[in-house]
Design a protein around this ligand. Structure first.
Ligand SMILES: NC(=O)C1=CN([C@@H]2O[C@H](COP(=O)(O)OP(=O)(O)OC[C@H]3O[C@@H](n4cnc5c(N)ncnc54)[C@H](OP(=O)(O)O)[C@@H]3O)[C@@H](O)[C@H]2O)C=CC1
Ligand SMILES: O=C(O)C1=N[C@H](C(=O)O)C[C@H](O)C1
Length: 265
């Protein structure tokens, strides 16, 4: 049986890739989209290659009430709206696969509780690229031996959130294996605030935003006489689509919140 999919943010850089992916997958069926600017239009008026009339809603609740057959929401819009779409999906028994980053800790906790209470699958995936997931796993492994580590993430200059969801998730995974320590000189001072980056559990996160970049991250470990760099680059957003596909299938089977692809790979 086909999995009926709703996409939020279909005109975006990721959303438009997801529309192509879902349309090309024989066991997925795109049933509706959520887009704050195109209520009442159909997707073919935006993407002429889409042959069927797929309705667009500006409101997630309206969308899910009109599409009781929807199984999965692929959420790829912006943090505030994305959170509302995700909550509304869960309220309507639609399983969310969320790529949107920038949710607060409180929002993540609330979605987790909601998904558990309703015994429903919900996947929040900071990075769908399989190479990025491996980078995170390798960084977690290395942290057992190298407690000194900085993370440099580099993205296109249209990105809304900093640090990236990937950098946050990487630091969280590293923290699971890293012996707690304060890095750098105990007396170091920032002469310009922010010079040493953001701090997550004592790990420094540095965010670069430049036109020309897509999505890149380096995790640099240091110890006397050596450094180890684990690096991943997404040169194209097609790199994320295998992960999205995997999650749409997987979210149909799991219960409760899954945060990050590392837990299921
Ligand atoms: N998990 C992963 O692997 C990846 C995650 N991301 C994340 O995915 C999200 C989208 O990224 P990207 O595609 O690059 O961003 P874009 O800005 O290209 O796309 C976002 C889209 O969402 C639309 N949008 C804005 N507000 C709403 C709303 N209220 N309802 C519906 N749609 C809305 C925007 O429309 P308009 O511009 O007209 O306002 C735009 O079309 C980001 O949070 C990003 O961090 C990105 C890449 C990979
Ligand atoms: O906004 C992006 O582009 C990306 N966002 C995600 C993040 O915040 O980690 C994933 C990837 O890095 C691309």
């Amino acid at each position: 049986m086909a999995i009926n999919v709703v996409i939020a943010g279909p005109r975006g850089k990721m959303g438009s890739e997801a529309v192509k992916m879902v349309e090309n997958e024989t066991n997925f069926r795109l049933v509706a989209c959520i887009d704050h600017k195109n209520n009442g239009r159909t997707l073919d008026t935006i993407f002429p290659d889409v042959e069927r009339s797929i309705p667009i809603y500006d409101d997630a609740t309206k969308c899910f009430e009109n599409h009781k057959d929807a199984d999965v929401l692929i959420e790829l819009s912006v943090p505030q709206a994305g959170y509302k779409h995700t909550k509304s999906a869960l309220e309507h028994h639609v399983r969310p696969v969320v790529g949107t980053t920038g949710f607060t800790e409180v929002q993540l906790k609330e979605l987790d509780e909601f998904a558990q209470r309703n015994n429903m699958g919900c996947m929040i995936i900071p990075n769908f690229a399989l190479g990025a997931v491996l980078m995170m796993k390798f960084a977690k492994m290395a942290a057992t031996y190298f407690p000194d580590v900085d993370i440099i993430e580099k993205h296109h200059d249209q990105k809304l959130d900093a640090p990236s969801g990937t950098a946050i998730k990487t630091a969280e995974l590293i923290s699971e294996n890293r012996k707690a320590k304060t890095q750098g000189h105990p007396k170091e001072e920032e002469t310009i605030p922010g010079a040493r980056g953001a701090d997550l559990d004592g790990i420094k996160l540095h965010s670069v935003r430049l036109p020309g970049l897509v999505a890149h991250q380096e995790v640099i470990f240091g110890s006397p006489g050596q450094t180890l760099t684990i690096k991943h680059d997404s040169m194209d957003r097609s790199s994320f689509m295998d992960g999205v596909k995997l999650c749409v299938n997987k979210v149909m089977e799991v219960k409760g919140l899954i945060y990050g692809l590392d837990t299921i790979l």
